[in-house]
Design a protein around this ligand. Sequence first.
Ligand SMILES: Nc1ncnc2c1ncn2[C@@H]1O[C@H](COP(=O)(O)OP(=O)(O)OP(=O)(O)O)[C@@H](O)[C@H]1O
Length: 217
Amino acid sequence: MLELDRVTAGYDRGVPVVADLSLAVGEGEAVGLLGPSGCGKSTLARVAALLHRPWAGTVRLAGEPVTGFRFRAPRAERTRVGVVFQQPRLAADPRLTLGDLIAEPARATGRGAELADRAARLADDIGLTPALLGRRPHEVSDGQLQRACLARALLLRPGLLICDEMTAMLDASTTAALAAVVEEYRREHGAALLAVGHDRVLLRRWCDRVLDFPTGR
Ligand SMILES: Nc1ncnc2c1ncn2[C@@H]1O[C@H](COP(=O)(O)OP(=O)(O)OP(=O)(O)O)[C@@H](O)[C@H]1O
C-alpha cells in the first residue's frame, strides 16, 4: 500500500532529517515506527502523507509513484491516505464546528451531500454526540477534538491511515476508544496503518510489525 524507497527529507539545506530510508507497508498491514523525540518520525509521516516533499527517493501508493506533494498532490493520490496528528488543535480549523470539521474532506471533494449520512454515522461510532458536533474546537476537550480529527481522516475511506502520535495527549480511556475505532475500520475496509510513536507497548498492541527508526544517517 505504501512504499518509501530511499527517501531523504529535511528542512535546512544539507541537513537531512530522514536519510536514505526505505519502508514498506503491505495492503491491510499495520506497521509501527518507533523512535525518540526529534528523530524524524513526524517528518517521515508527513512525507508518507504527501504533506512534505522529499529531497530524494520515491513514494509509491498502491504501487503507483506519487507525482506531487502538498498542494501539488493530485486529489486521487491525496485521498488514498488519511492522517491524524498528535495535536488536534493544530490540525483543526477553529472556525468550524466539529460536524463541519468531520465533513470537510467530503465538501472539499464536492461530495458533501452524498457523504452526509456516512459522516453522521462515523461521528456516532466515534462517540461524538449531536450536541458536541455543534461546538467549535475551543468548546471541546482535546480528546473530543481528536475523535473528530480521526473521523475526518476516515471519511473518504482511505486505504492507508497514518497516525502520528495520535494518542500521545490523551487519557487511557480515550486512547482505547480511538484504537478500537481504528481497528474496526481496518477490519471492515482492509486498510493499512502506519503508526508513528515512542510508546513501544502501545505500538506492539496495535501493529503487526514494529520497526525502530534508524538512528544513523
Ligand atoms: N518545519 C521545520 N523546520 C525546520 N526543522 C524542523 C521542522 N520540523 C521539524 N524540524 C526538525 O526536524 C527534526 C525531526 O523532527 P520531527 O518532528 O520529524 O521529529 P519526531 O521524531 O517526530 O519528534 P517528536 O516525537 O518530538 O514529535 C528535529 O530536529 C526538528 O527540530
